[in-house]
Design a protein around this ligand. Sequence first.
Ligand code: PEP
Ligand code: MN
Length: 334
Amino acid sequence: MIIVMNGKASEDDVEKVIQKLNKMGHKTHISRGEERIVIGIIGEIGNPSLVPLYAFEGVEKIIPILKPYKLVSREFKSKDTVIKIKEVIIGGKEAVIIAGPSIIESKKQIFDIALQVKSLGAKILRGSAFKSPASPYKLPELDEKKLKLLAQAGDKTGLLVVTEVMSADQIDLVDKYTDIFQVGAKNMQNFVLLKELGRIKKPVLLKRGISATLEELLISAEYIFSQGNHQVILCERGIRTFENYTLNTLDLSAVPALKILSHLPVIVDPSHATGRWKLVIPMSKAAIAAGADGLIIEVHTDPANSLSDGTQTLKIDTFTQLMKELKPLIQLRN
Ligand code: PEP
Ligand code: MN
């Protein structure tokens, strides 16, 4: 349920409505636009009659939201969410490029890659700090030394950093080193993790699960929102279909569709979406043309000898080419 108040409603008018809702046992969240103020009711509310609220000054409309997500929906907030981290703006006029290796391997590896991608225009450095890929016999272990190297490479180059967190008990450790928390596709519905990230004051890059619908992705984002963290970046990274030439199928329509359904920024990962480095440049261009707010791309100085995902990783010269080809697209946005 959302209550739309006239943009001219006074602070006092809004406060009276909130007090009434609180008295009725509802928690609220306010979104203030220039033309209207929207009060959202958080949580399951059964079927309350809110009709008496029409008697309050400034109340224009009471709209039931039938979707299972509310705070992340476009109905709740018509203006795009813009996330600002230091000098980097995600969801603004320019598409933001996140680049780096699949996993952090050594000081030299992450520093070399960081310097190169920074000089080519990337704003954020990516890299996973897990020692091994997920396997039932070799559980991935979070390596603090790798987190430190990532943070140092970020400091040295002025790049922000993003890295994956896989469980709620890792949040405090990762928080010491990262600017943005990444939730991987496999953890998109790890609701305990999502709720805990909802209490953190840093942005969360939420990747779509391989078999998740857009609605399921948005419900996951709502878990983070519901605890007070409203800095969520959605990421389309390919879904499972019958096609197996590519690792996954990049669902490009997810980009404009998510922008209709939600106010959150949307980025695309053409590396994990395709699994093939030769497809990364064309799909990157297509993603920006479709309205993506940024890209997250795997880049390595020596993909052939990288410890993970070499087949989808760009060499520096291919990344150079990509940045050159993206230039007119990035600058023409909006
Ligand atoms: C990653 O980006 O490091 C990753 C593992 O991707 P995904 O979670 O999308 O598979
Ligand atoms: Mn990878």
